[in-house]
Write a protein that binds this ligand. Sequence first.
Ligand code: SF4
Ligand code: SF4
Length: 399
Amino acid sequence: MVRIRFQNFKEREPVKILFNLSGRQMVWLVLTLMAMVTIVAVGWVRQEAAAPISPSEFTVEMSIKQIAPRINVTNKNLARELGLSLDVSKKKPVKTLGVTQEELDHAIEHLLGHREATLKYYIIAALALFGLVYLVRLGRPDGSPVTERKTWYPRWPYVAALVLAVAIGGFALGKSPNPMESAVKVFKSLVGLYPSIAVKLGAFAFFAILAVVGNKLICGWVCPFGALQELIYHIPILRNLKKRKIPFMVSNILRGTLFVVALLLLFGIVGGRKGFVIYHFVNPFNLFNLDIETVSVGATILVMLVVSFGFYRPFCQFICPFGFMSWLLERLSIFRVKIDHDRCNECGACTVACPLDAAKDRVAGKAFPADCFSCTRCLNICPKDAIHYEFVGKKAQPE
Ligand code: SF4
Ligand code: SF4
Protein backbone atom coordinates (compact mmCIF):
# COMPACT_ATOMS: atom_id res chain seq x y z
CA MET A 1 0.00 0.00 0.00
CA VAL A 2 1.33 3.45 -0.90
CA ARG A 3 1.64 5.62 2.22
CA ILE A 4 2.39 9.30 2.14
CA ARG A 5 4.34 10.49 5.18
CA PHE A 6 6.05 13.77 5.76
CA GLN A 7 7.64 13.48 9.16
CA ASN A 8 8.44 17.20 9.36
CA PHE A 9 4.73 17.90 9.52
CA LYS A 10 4.01 15.18 12.04
CA GLU A 11 3.50 17.41 15.02
CA ARG A 12 1.28 19.92 13.23
CA GLU A 13 -2.17 18.69 14.17
CA PRO A 14 -4.24 20.24 11.35
CA VAL A 15 -2.17 18.67 8.62
CA LYS A 16 -1.07 15.55 10.46
CA ILE A 17 -3.97 13.44 9.32
CA LEU A 18 -3.52 14.48 5.71
CA PHE A 19 0.04 13.25 5.61
CA ASN A 20 -0.75 9.95 7.33
CA LEU A 21 -3.39 9.04 4.78
CA SER A 22 -2.69 6.22 2.36
CA GLY A 23 -2.62 6.88 -1.38
CA ARG A 24 -6.09 5.40 -1.69
CA GLN A 25 -7.43 7.67 1.04
CA MET A 26 -5.89 10.70 -0.67
CA VAL A 27 -7.83 9.74 -3.80
CA TRP A 28 -11.00 9.56 -1.69
CA LEU A 29 -10.26 12.98 -0.23
CA VAL A 30 -9.62 14.63 -3.58
CA LEU A 31 -12.68 13.04 -5.21
CA THR A 32 -14.84 14.02 -2.24
CA LEU A 33 -13.68 17.65 -2.38
CA MET A 34 -14.29 17.72 -6.14
CA ALA A 35 -17.77 16.25 -5.66
CA MET A 36 -18.54 18.84 -2.98
CA VAL A 37 -17.46 21.72 -5.23
CA THR A 38 -19.58 20.32 -8.07
CA ILE A 39 -22.64 19.90 -5.85
CA VAL A 40 -22.36 23.47 -4.54
CA ALA A 41 -21.79 24.86 -8.07
CA VAL A 42 -24.95 23.15 -9.34
CA GLY A 43 -26.86 24.56 -6.36
CA TRP A 44 -25.53 28.03 -7.05
CA VAL A 45 -26.67 27.93 -10.67
CA ARG A 46 -30.13 26.69 -9.69
CA GLN A 47 -30.47 29.33 -6.98
CA GLU A 48 -29.57 32.10 -9.42
CA ALA A 49 -32.24 30.82 -11.83
CA ALA A 50 -35.00 31.08 -9.18
CA ALA A 51 -37.00 34.33 -9.38
CA PRO A 52 -36.64 36.41 -6.17
CA ILE A 53 -39.77 37.72 -4.42
CA SER A 54 -39.82 41.00 -2.51
CA PRO A 55 -42.41 41.89 0.17
CA SER A 56 -42.78 45.32 -1.49
CA GLU A 57 -44.61 43.63 -4.40
CA PHE A 58 -47.69 43.23 -2.19
CA THR A 59 -50.12 45.91 -1.05
CA VAL A 60 -53.22 46.01 1.15
CA GLU A 61 -55.28 46.60 -2.00
CA MET A 62 -54.71 42.92 -2.84
CA SER A 63 -56.75 40.02 -1.55
CA ILE A 64 -55.50 36.93 0.29
CA LYS A 65 -56.36 34.94 -2.83
CA GLN A 66 -54.05 37.12 -4.94
CA ILE A 67 -51.13 37.10 -2.49
CA ALA A 68 -51.02 33.55 -1.10
CA PRO A 69 -50.19 31.59 -4.30
CA ARG A 70 -47.34 33.99 -5.13
CA ILE A 71 -45.60 33.23 -1.86
CA ASN A 72 -46.51 29.54 -2.07
CA VAL A 73 -48.71 29.28 1.00
CA THR A 74 -52.38 28.45 1.34
CA ASN A 75 -55.04 31.10 1.84
CA LYS A 76 -55.60 29.79 5.35
CA ASN A 77 -51.93 30.02 6.23
CA LEU A 78 -51.79 33.66 5.12
CA ALA A 79 -55.01 34.46 6.99
CA ARG A 80 -53.56 32.87 10.13
CA GLU A 81 -50.33 34.83 9.72
CA LEU A 82 -52.33 38.08 9.41
CA GLY A 83 -54.13 37.27 12.66
CA LEU A 84 -57.46 36.76 10.88
CA SER A 85 -59.97 33.99 11.31
CA LEU A 86 -59.38 31.06 8.94
CA ASP A 87 -62.81 31.44 7.33
CA VAL A 88 -62.44 35.18 6.59
CA SER A 89 -63.23 36.29 3.01
CA LYS A 90 -60.23 35.52 0.78
CA LYS A 91 -61.48 37.69 -2.09
CA LYS A 92 -61.72 41.12 -0.42
CA PRO A 93 -58.74 43.50 -0.31
CA VAL A 94 -56.97 42.80 2.98
CA LYS A 95 -57.31 46.45 4.02
CA THR A 96 -61.07 45.94 4.26
CA LEU A 97 -60.33 43.18 6.76
CA GLY A 98 -58.48 45.68 8.96
CA VAL A 99 -54.94 44.72 7.91
CA THR A 100 -52.42 47.59 7.71
CA GLN A 101 -49.54 47.70 5.21
CA GLU A 102 -47.09 47.26 8.08
CA GLU A 103 -48.88 44.12 9.27
CA LEU A 104 -48.99 42.75 5.73
CA ASP A 105 -45.26 43.43 5.20
CA HIS A 106 -44.39 41.71 8.45
CA ALA A 107 -46.55 38.65 7.69
CA ILE A 108 -45.09 38.29 4.19
CA GLU A 109 -41.55 38.75 5.41
CA HIS A 110 -42.12 36.00 7.93
CA LEU A 111 -43.65 33.63 5.38
CA LEU A 112 -40.88 34.37 2.88
CA GLY A 113 -38.42 33.55 5.67
CA HIS A 114 -39.79 30.00 5.43
CA ARG A 115 -39.12 29.98 1.70
CA GLU A 116 -36.44 27.50 1.12
CA ALA A 117 -33.08 28.64 -0.23
CA THR A 118 -32.41 26.16 -3.02
CA LEU A 119 -28.65 26.48 -2.59
CA LYS A 120 -28.96 25.33 1.01
CA TYR A 121 -30.02 21.82 -0.04
CA TYR A 122 -26.82 21.53 -2.04
CA ILE A 123 -24.62 22.91 0.76
CA ILE A 124 -26.24 20.45 3.14
CA ALA A 125 -25.66 17.55 0.73
CA ALA A 126 -22.01 18.57 0.24
CA LEU A 127 -21.31 18.81 3.98
CA ALA A 128 -23.07 15.50 4.64
CA LEU A 129 -20.98 13.85 1.94
CA PHE A 130 -17.82 15.12 3.58
CA GLY A 131 -18.99 13.89 7.00
CA LEU A 132 -19.78 10.44 5.67
CA VAL A 133 -16.48 10.02 3.84
CA TYR A 134 -14.57 11.28 6.88
CA LEU A 135 -16.36 8.85 9.19
CA VAL A 136 -16.04 5.83 6.93
CA ARG A 137 -12.83 6.33 4.93
CA LEU A 138 -10.63 9.19 6.15
CA GLY A 139 -10.75 9.48 9.94
CA ARG A 140 -8.48 6.51 10.50
CA PRO A 141 -5.36 6.22 8.31
CA ASP A 142 -5.30 2.86 6.48
CA GLY A 143 -3.20 0.26 8.28
CA SER A 144 -2.76 2.39 11.40
CA PRO A 145 -2.45 0.07 14.43
CA VAL A 146 -4.63 0.47 17.53
CA THR A 147 -1.61 1.79 19.47
CA GLU A 148 -1.85 4.93 17.28
CA ARG A 149 -5.56 5.37 17.94
CA LYS A 150 -5.09 8.78 19.58
CA THR A 151 -4.17 10.15 16.15
CA TRP A 152 -7.36 8.83 14.55
CA TYR A 153 -10.34 11.07 13.96
CA PRO A 154 -8.78 14.44 14.87
CA ARG A 155 -11.46 16.95 15.84
CA TRP A 156 -10.63 19.80 13.49
CA PRO A 157 -12.30 18.46 10.31
CA TYR A 158 -15.47 17.92 12.36
CA VAL A 159 -15.25 21.36 13.95
CA ALA A 160 -14.59 22.93 10.53
CA ALA A 161 -17.72 21.24 9.11
CA LEU A 162 -19.77 22.47 12.09
CA VAL A 163 -18.54 26.04 11.63
CA LEU A 164 -19.52 25.92 7.94
CA ALA A 165 -22.92 24.46 8.85
CA VAL A 166 -23.61 27.36 11.25
CA ALA A 167 -22.05 30.15 9.18
CA ILE A 168 -23.24 29.20 5.69
CA GLY A 169 -26.06 26.72 6.26
CA GLY A 170 -27.40 28.91 9.06
CA PHE A 171 -26.64 32.63 9.14
CA ALA A 172 -25.73 33.17 5.45
CA LEU A 173 -28.62 31.23 3.89
CA GLY A 174 -31.27 31.64 6.58
CA LYS A 175 -33.30 29.15 8.52
CA SER A 176 -35.13 27.28 5.74
CA PRO A 177 -34.89 24.53 4.80
CA ASN A 178 -33.93 22.75 8.01
CA PRO A 179 -34.68 19.25 9.28
CA MET A 180 -36.97 20.28 12.14
CA GLU A 181 -39.26 22.44 10.02
CA SER A 182 -39.29 19.84 7.23
CA ALA A 183 -40.82 17.35 9.68
CA VAL A 184 -43.37 19.85 11.01
CA LYS A 185 -44.36 21.07 7.54
CA VAL A 186 -45.38 17.57 6.44
CA PHE A 187 -48.01 17.56 9.19
CA LYS A 188 -48.96 21.20 8.52
CA SER A 189 -49.67 20.23 4.89
CA LEU A 190 -52.01 17.53 6.15
CA VAL A 191 -54.18 20.18 7.83
CA GLY A 192 -54.15 22.39 4.73
CA LEU A 193 -51.53 24.98 5.72
CA TYR A 194 -49.45 24.30 2.60
CA PRO A 195 -50.78 23.77 -0.92
CA SER A 196 -48.80 20.64 -1.75
CA ILE A 197 -47.99 17.80 0.59
CA ALA A 198 -45.76 16.22 -2.07
CA VAL A 199 -43.29 19.14 -1.93
CA LYS A 200 -43.11 19.02 1.86
CA LEU A 201 -42.75 15.23 1.84
CA GLY A 202 -39.90 15.59 -0.66
CA ALA A 203 -38.05 18.01 1.64
CA PHE A 204 -38.56 15.72 4.62
CA ALA A 205 -37.39 12.71 2.58
CA PHE A 206 -34.20 14.60 1.69
CA PHE A 207 -33.34 15.09 5.37
CA ALA A 208 -34.52 11.61 6.36
CA ILE A 209 -32.27 10.03 3.73
CA LEU A 210 -29.31 11.97 5.12
CA ALA A 211 -30.22 10.72 8.59
CA VAL A 212 -30.24 7.14 7.32
CA VAL A 213 -27.23 7.04 5.01
CA GLY A 214 -25.01 7.81 7.99
CA ASN A 215 -26.53 7.42 11.44
CA LYS A 216 -28.13 10.84 12.19
CA LEU A 217 -25.50 12.33 9.90
CA ILE A 218 -27.69 15.34 9.13
CA CYS A 219 -28.10 16.10 12.84
CA GLY A 220 -24.53 15.37 13.86
CA TRP A 221 -22.77 17.21 11.07
CA VAL A 222 -25.02 19.59 9.16
CA CYS A 223 -28.09 20.89 11.00
CA PRO A 224 -27.17 24.51 11.87
CA PHE A 225 -28.79 24.57 15.30
CA GLY A 226 -27.43 21.12 16.13
CA ALA A 227 -24.00 22.30 14.99
CA LEU A 228 -24.22 25.45 17.09
CA GLN A 229 -25.03 23.42 20.21
CA GLU A 230 -22.23 20.99 19.37
CA LEU A 231 -19.70 23.83 18.97
CA ILE A 232 -20.69 25.34 22.32
CA TYR A 233 -20.38 21.93 23.97
CA HIS A 234 -16.86 21.66 22.53
CA ILE A 235 -15.71 24.68 24.59
CA PRO A 236 -13.56 23.03 27.26
CA ILE A 237 -15.29 24.31 30.39
CA LEU A 238 -17.66 22.73 32.96
CA ARG A 239 -15.94 19.36 32.45
CA ASN A 240 -17.43 17.87 35.62
CA LEU A 241 -20.93 18.87 34.59
CA LYS A 242 -20.35 17.29 31.18
CA LYS A 243 -19.68 13.94 32.86
CA ARG A 244 -23.31 13.92 34.04
CA LYS A 245 -25.61 12.58 31.36
CA ILE A 246 -29.35 12.93 31.27
CA PRO A 247 -30.81 9.40 31.24
CA PHE A 248 -31.99 8.66 27.73
CA MET A 249 -35.30 7.28 29.02
CA VAL A 250 -36.11 10.69 30.55
CA SER A 251 -35.15 12.85 27.56
CA ASN A 252 -36.79 10.57 25.03
CA ILE A 253 -40.06 10.29 26.91
CA LEU A 254 -40.24 14.09 27.12
CA ARG A 255 -39.35 14.53 23.44
CA GLY A 256 -41.80 11.82 22.33
CA THR A 257 -44.60 13.16 24.54
CA LEU A 258 -44.13 16.66 23.13
CA PHE A 259 -44.32 15.21 19.62
CA VAL A 260 -47.62 13.43 20.32
CA VAL A 261 -49.10 16.50 22.06
CA ALA A 262 -48.00 18.68 19.11
CA LEU A 263 -49.83 16.40 16.66
CA LEU A 264 -52.99 16.33 18.80
CA LEU A 265 -53.00 20.13 18.90
CA LEU A 266 -52.19 20.54 15.21
CA PHE A 267 -55.03 18.27 14.12
CA GLY A 268 -57.40 19.97 16.57
CA ILE A 269 -58.00 16.70 18.47
CA VAL A 270 -57.02 18.57 21.63
CA GLY A 271 -57.67 22.29 22.08
CA GLY A 272 -60.15 22.48 19.23
CA ARG A 273 -57.95 24.86 17.19
CA LYS A 274 -56.90 23.01 14.07
CA GLY A 275 -53.61 24.32 12.69
CA PHE A 276 -52.09 25.25 16.05
CA VAL A 277 -48.34 24.59 15.77
CA ILE A 278 -46.72 24.32 19.17
CA TYR A 279 -43.20 24.03 17.68
CA HIS A 280 -43.69 27.52 16.26
CA PHE A 281 -43.22 28.84 19.81
CA VAL A 282 -39.94 27.02 20.44
CA ASN A 283 -38.37 27.17 16.98
CA PRO A 284 -34.69 28.06 17.51
CA PHE A 285 -33.99 28.17 13.77
CA ASN A 286 -35.44 31.71 13.76
CA LEU A 287 -32.03 32.71 15.09
CA PHE A 288 -30.60 32.25 11.60
CA ASN A 289 -33.05 34.80 10.18
CA LEU A 290 -32.29 37.11 13.11
CA ASP A 291 -36.04 37.07 13.63
CA ILE A 292 -36.90 36.34 17.25
CA GLU A 293 -40.66 36.46 16.71
CA THR A 294 -41.90 35.70 20.19
CA VAL A 295 -40.60 35.80 23.75
CA SER A 296 -40.84 32.01 23.90
CA VAL A 297 -38.64 31.64 20.81
CA GLY A 298 -36.04 33.99 22.30
CA ALA A 299 -36.16 32.16 25.63
CA THR A 300 -35.80 28.77 23.92
CA ILE A 301 -32.73 29.90 21.99
CA LEU A 302 -31.13 31.45 25.05
CA VAL A 303 -31.82 28.52 27.37
CA MET A 304 -30.72 25.89 24.85
CA LEU A 305 -27.47 27.67 24.04
CA VAL A 306 -26.61 28.34 27.68
CA VAL A 307 -27.42 24.75 28.70
CA SER A 308 -25.23 23.50 25.81
CA PHE A 309 -22.15 24.66 27.74
CA GLY A 310 -22.71 21.80 30.20
CA PHE A 311 -25.09 19.31 28.56
CA TYR A 312 -25.01 17.79 25.11
CA ARG A 313 -27.49 19.18 22.54
CA PRO A 314 -30.43 19.87 24.87
CA PHE A 315 -32.75 20.95 22.05
CA CYS A 316 -32.09 17.72 20.13
CA GLN A 317 -32.53 15.58 23.23
CA PHE A 318 -35.67 17.21 24.62
CA ILE A 319 -37.62 19.02 21.93
CA CYS A 320 -36.78 18.48 18.28
CA PRO A 321 -39.42 16.47 16.37
CA PHE A 322 -36.91 15.60 13.67
CA GLY A 323 -34.55 14.40 16.39
CA PHE A 324 -37.29 12.07 17.59
CA MET A 325 -38.17 10.84 14.10
CA SER A 326 -34.53 10.35 13.11
CA TRP A 327 -33.98 8.37 16.32
CA LEU A 328 -36.69 5.99 15.11
CA LEU A 329 -34.98 5.89 11.70
CA GLU A 330 -31.61 4.97 13.25
CA ARG A 331 -32.55 1.32 12.95
CA LEU A 332 -32.34 1.70 9.17
CA SER A 333 -29.01 3.52 9.03
CA ILE A 334 -26.62 2.19 6.43
CA PHE A 335 -23.33 3.40 7.94
CA ARG A 336 -23.11 3.60 11.72
CA VAL A 337 -21.06 3.04 14.86
CA LYS A 338 -20.67 -0.70 15.32
CA ILE A 339 -19.34 -2.57 18.34
CA ASP A 340 -17.49 -5.80 17.76
CA HIS A 341 -18.78 -7.71 20.77
CA ASP A 342 -16.14 -10.44 20.35
CA ARG A 343 -13.40 -7.89 20.95
CA CYS A 344 -15.17 -5.62 23.44
CA ASN A 345 -14.26 -6.36 27.07
CA GLU A 346 -16.72 -3.74 28.40
CA CYS A 347 -13.94 -1.57 29.83
CA GLY A 348 -16.25 1.47 29.57
CA ALA A 349 -13.81 3.79 27.73
CA CYS A 350 -16.32 4.56 24.97
CA THR A 351 -19.12 5.01 27.50
CA VAL A 352 -17.11 7.75 29.19
CA ALA A 353 -16.14 9.39 25.88
CA CYS A 354 -19.73 9.45 24.55
CA PRO A 355 -21.71 12.54 25.54
CA LEU A 356 -24.94 10.50 25.69
CA ASP A 357 -25.97 6.94 26.54
CA ALA A 358 -25.41 5.98 22.89
CA ALA A 359 -22.13 4.06 23.29
CA LYS A 360 -23.22 2.45 26.55
CA ASP A 361 -26.47 1.20 25.00
CA ARG A 362 -24.62 -0.13 21.95
CA VAL A 363 -22.10 -2.01 24.09
CA ALA A 364 -25.03 -3.46 26.02
CA GLY A 365 -26.61 -4.51 22.69
CA LYS A 366 -29.90 -2.68 23.28
CA ALA A 367 -32.44 -2.85 20.45
CA PHE A 368 -33.40 0.83 20.85
CA PRO A 369 -30.22 2.57 21.99
CA ALA A 370 -29.94 6.31 22.67
CA ASP A 371 -29.38 8.68 19.73
CA CYS A 372 -25.92 8.52 18.17
CA PHE A 373 -24.96 11.79 16.47
CA SER A 374 -21.95 10.31 14.61
CA CYS A 375 -19.80 12.73 16.60
CA THR A 376 -16.63 10.56 16.34
CA ARG A 377 -15.73 10.78 20.06
CA CYS A 378 -15.78 7.02 20.62
CA LEU A 379 -13.92 6.15 17.41
CA ASN A 380 -10.38 6.77 18.67
CA ILE A 381 -10.75 5.52 22.20
CA CYS A 382 -11.14 1.73 22.23
CA PRO A 383 -7.97 -0.14 23.32
CA LYS A 384 -9.38 -3.38 21.84
CA ASP A 385 -10.17 -1.79 18.44
CA ALA A 386 -13.77 -2.91 18.86
CA ILE A 387 -15.51 0.26 17.61
CA HIS A 388 -15.74 1.13 13.95
CA TYR A 389 -17.88 3.41 11.84
CA GLU A 390 -18.81 1.18 8.93
CA PHE A 391 -21.42 -0.37 6.66
CA VAL A 392 -24.12 -2.07 8.69
CA GLY A 393 -23.63 -5.39 6.90
CA LYS A 394 -19.82 -5.51 7.13
CA LYS A 395 -18.50 -8.59 8.89
CA ALA A 396 -16.19 -8.10 11.91
CA GLN A 397 -12.46 -8.47 11.16
CA PRO A 398 -10.62 -11.21 13.04
CA GLU A 399 -8.23 -9.91 15.76
S1 SF4 B 1 -32.23 16.90 16.49
FE1 SF4 B 1 -30.87 18.65 16.66
S2 SF4 B 1 -29.51 18.42 14.99
FE2 SF4 B 1 -31.29 17.15 14.52
S3 SF4 B 1 -32.70 18.45 13.36
FE3 SF4 B 1 -33.20 18.68 15.48
S4 SF4 B 1 -32.06 20.48 16.14
FE4 SF4 B 1 -31.15 19.78 14.28
S1 SF4 C 1 -19.44 9.02 21.03
FE1 SF4 C 1 -21.58 8.38 21.24
S2 SF4 C 1 -22.75 9.83 19.95
FE2 SF4 C 1 -20.57 10.03 19.38
S3 SF4 C 1 -20.30 8.61 17.63
FE3 SF4 C 1 -19.81 7.46 19.50
S4 SF4 C 1 -21.72 6.43 20.10
FE4 SF4 C 1 -22.25 8.07 18.65
